[in-house]
Design a protein around this ligand. Structure first.
Ligand code: PGA
Length: 252
């Protein structure tokens, strides 16, 4: 069975409600008639309800940029899985490098978020990736192994489409410096083999691994042609309707 490519837009802390509505409307229309790929957008929490109205009934999936593990309670500043689901949100980005680096989220915390999301039926997009210093020190694969193993610690996967991974080298995020197709494929293949060591073959084979880090309309085709790259997690280029549309329509 082939993995269905997933193109995901991470809007980060951008868009007013009016901008979110306009951008989501453009994404919905760009997706019309596409059946061989999936598309997800992750607006900021404040725009989720607005964007939910726009994507309702379309094939565009709505995601949050983070999620708490608990059903409810004293977790100031956090959002529960059920609150997201009430808005029509079925996916959540977890462990983005900005959460790790700026907000100090640890592998243990990220694992807790991921377990909670899966427990309540939210599909997590688990992000991981090395910094430039780690790459230059030859630690890339060790970092990826640590982040993936700890992030997925104790997680059983019954349906491979209920979990998505995203390799995002920190040095490529928002810098305009993309990993070459070879660098990205090498990391993805390494993570795929890790999945084979952790899960049954039929599951490991089907889990999608996205690439993220300065993906744009000019480099998406070559990246997604790599055998272990199953989609893209796009930041900056997902904020412009035209460039995201071209990325959605990447050439297989
Ligand atoms: P970028 O961001 O495409 O702007 O590099 C990607 C991400 O952080 O998910």
């Amino acid at each position: 069975m082939q993995r269905i490519p997933l193109i995901a837009g991470n809007w980060k802390m951008h868009t007013s409600l009016a901008e979110a509505r306009e951008l989501a409307t453009a994404v919905v229309s760009a997706c019309k008639g596409l059946s061989d790929r999936e598309v997800m957008i992750a607006p900021p929490f404040t725009a989720l309800a607005t964007v939910a109205e726009v994507v309702r009934g379309s094939q565009v999936r709505l995601a949050a940029q983070n999620v708490c593990w608990a059903e409810q309670g004293a977790f100031t500043g956090e959002i529960a899985p059920g609150m997201l689901q009430e808005l029509g949100c079925s996916m959540a980005i977890i462990g983005h490098s900005e959460r790790r680096q700026i907000f100090g989220e640890s592998d243990v915390l990220i694992n807790q978020r991921l377990a909670g999301a899966m427990h309540f039926g939210i599909i997590p997009v688990l992000c991981f990736g090395e910094t430039l210093a780690e790459r230059e020190a030859g630690q890339t694969m060790a970092v990826l192994e640590r982040q993936v193993r700890l992030g997925l610690s104790g997680i059983t996967v019954a349906e491979p489409d209920r979990l998505v991974l995203a390799y995002e080298p920190v040095w490529a995020i928002g810098t305009g410096k993309t990993a070459s197709e070879q660098q990205a494929q090498e990391a993805h293949e390494f993570v795929r083999n890790l999945l084979f060591a952790m899960y049954e073959k039929s599951i490991a084979q089907q889990i999608r691994i996205l690439y993220g880090g300065s993906v744009n309309s000019g480099n998406v085709d070559a990246l997604l042609r790599q055998p272990d790259i199953d989609g893209a997690l796009v930041g900056g280029a997902s904020l412009k309707a035209e460039s995201f549309e071209r990325i959605i329509h990447f050439l297989q």
